[in-house]
Design a protein around this ligand. Structure first.
Ligand code: ZN
Length: 561
């Protein structure tokens, strides 16, 4: 690329950014509209190029300047050659983006992360993320899809994990290291996923960033090139071998299949790829990867991580960028909806120091569970499960002195399309424990008057009243009501409803013997048993699960993607 042409591109690029920022600030109606693909494709030809790292920096800073109320640009570290690793975070949830508040996570606000350009010679996802960011940051405020997603959580966009490799057009970073083999590996390290301190700076930066996001990070999607398929954990084969097509599904395999399908359902190209007839593949069923970011984020951080291989050819021609944006745009939005807009949000509180709580949800098609160990007294925790629509039983178990008999709070919720079911589970009152009806009941208050108080049990036996927060459209609010907790006459109708609810449910809840999620068990076992025993169980579980793996897609031998 010649110098003058390069300067012309930069100038045109800056003009585009300025136009977007101006249109967003002058009026709410922007030229960018998620429902109008033709408009986004009509921008000047300079827009459809691979933007340089300098342009990347100008872009994220321009986005923040144009929409400081919903966009924040910051770096999470530096590359081996000292280039900034920029993240643009976008949300409309109040309290996340505030002047003087450096943290980009907020307890109770789920987050999702797109990671592009981890391999320097794979820039397509990085470039498409720019177009996505424009719409999220500067798009019409009233656009339903954007509003729904940004009101549900935080979208983090890490455009390039490997800016040096982008400049060098190499797979690895400036030190020649493949970053996607550079993370602690569960198989090779026998379950120890702590950083060694010898990782490349890019790897360490994203590992620490993901750890900071913590339980708010519902999921992440890594954008690669070299094939057209959605890939999901586990990437490592249980044998630790390099043999291809060795099944090693995770305990969340059904959830990953559902998530992958959300991306595939709105993309015809993924539905008619003869190499991957289903459009998706579990990592080790294709070829095993050890030390990859996907397994690390899933096993080490707890994020439901997926990978999209966006195109067979790496670094496709710039002239085809409009076509690729048209191909992947709806899918990239579908993932934001699947991970953030839809699911179950469970809130709970640790009562005593060292509390361990297992939260799980069981629906017709899948079960999910998370274990939270050694919590601080009074610590409030939220967990968001990005699950399919349908009815779910949700439970929180407080692991007390007797692990065989945890204190249980349970509820039932309905997950609707692109909407979140939120509920708070409270540990049963001491008086309610151990008795014939120790299981707490639930009443759905989403249709109740927002001015009427509901009663929420607390651990020390006191009662307190809370107003029911107003529901946003599509979101149902639930409060757990502990048996015997309500005595006010004003609350009589509500109390009757709760007791009726209890009567209807208590027997089935008592009889329900949910198998604990394997994943939660793995986490709990880690604190109870030796590493050797944990690995043994892991192998046994995987061996059983391997019996129910779908027929694998036939793959041809190919290079690394
Ligand atoms: Zn790649």
């Amino acid at each position: 690329m010649g110098g003058s042409r390069s300067r012309a591109r930069v100038a045109a690029f800056v003009a585009v950014v300025a136009f977007i920022a101006a249109s967003a600030s002058v009026s709410g109606a922007s030229a960018l509209n998620v429902t109008s693909l033709e408009e986004t494709l009509s921008h000047s030809p300079e827009r459809w190029t691979y933007w340089s790292n300098t342009q990347l920096t100008e872009f994220v800073q321009g986005m923040e300047r144009g929409s400081p109320d919903r966009c924040k640009a910051y770096t999470i570290g530096e590359s081996a050659m000292g280039q900034s690793l920029w993240v643009l975070s976008v949300t409309k949830v109040p309290g996340v983006i505030k002047p003087g508040r450096p943290e980009m996570s907020l307890e109770g606000v789920p987050a999702f992360l797109y990671v592009g350009n981890m391999h320097g010679d794979e820039p397509l996802g990085r470039q498409l993320m720019f177009y996505l960011a424009e719409e999220l940051c500067a798009g019409a405020a009233e656009e339903p899809a954007v509003d729904r997603i940004l009101s549900s959580g935080v979208v983090h966009l890490l455009f390039s994990l490997n800016p040096d490799g982008f400049d060098l057009k190499t797979r690895g970073n400036a030190n020649g290291v493949d970053l996607n083999r550079n993370f602690p590996d569960a198989i090779k390290r026998k379950g120890n996923l702590t950083l060694l301190g010898t990782e490349e700076p890019e790897s360490e930066a994203i590992a620490r960033y993901a750890a900071q996001l913590g339980t708010t990070l519902v999921g992440a999607t890594l954008l690669h090139e070299g094939a057209l398929v959605v890939n999901y954990p586990l990437d490592g084969a249980v044998s630790g071998s390099k043999v291809r097509r060795e099944a090693n599904p995770s305990v969340d395999d059904a959830l990953f299949r559902y998530l992958a399908q959300r991306y595939i359902d709105v993309q015809p190209e993924l539905q008619r790829n003869p190499e991957f007839p289903t459009g998706k593949v579990q990592g080790s069923m294709w070829y095993p990867v050890y030390g990859g970011l996907q397994d690390y984020l899933y096993l080490g951080i707890g994020a439901y991580c997926t990978t999209v291989e966006m195109n067979d050819q790496k670094w496709p021609d710039e002239v085809d960028l409009p076509r690729f944006w048209k191909q992947h745009r709806a899918s990239m939005y579908a993932f934001l909806d699947a991970y953030l807009s839809q699911g179950i949000m469970v809130r709970f509180r640790a009562n005593e120091p060292g509390d361990s709580v297992v939260v799980k949800a069981a629906g017709a098609s899948l079960q999910v569970a998370r274990a939270f160990l050694d919590l601080e007294a009074g610590e409030e925790v939220s967990v968001h499960f990005p699950v399919p629509t349908g009815a779910y039983k949700v439970a929180a178990e407080w692991q007390g002195d007797d692990p065989q008999h945890p204190e249980l709070a349970a509820a039932e919720v309905e997950v609707r399309p692109d909407a979140r079911a939120s509920l708070t589970l409270a540990r049963p009152l001491p008086a309610a424990r151990g008795g014939p009806m120790r299981v707490a009941g639930l009443v759905d208050l989403s249709d109740a008057s927002s001015s009427g108080p509901s009663l929420v049990g607390t651990a020390n036996g006191e009662r307190r009243e809370e107003g029911v927060p107003p529901s946003r459209p599509g979101e149902r609010n639930y409060r757990l009501n502990v048996q015997g907790g309500m005595t006010s006459d004003r609350q009589q109708p509500l109390r009757d409803a709760v007791l009726q609810n209890l009567k209807n449910r208590v027997e089935s809840t008592h009889n329900a013997s949910w198998k604990r999620s394997h994943r939660a068990q793995e986490i709990l076992h880690a604190s109870y048993f030796s590493t050797g025993l944990m690995v043994f169980l892991f192998v046994a579980i995987v061996g059983l699960a391997a019996c129910r793996v779908d027929k694998a897609p036939r793959t041809r031998a190919r290079g690394l993607v």
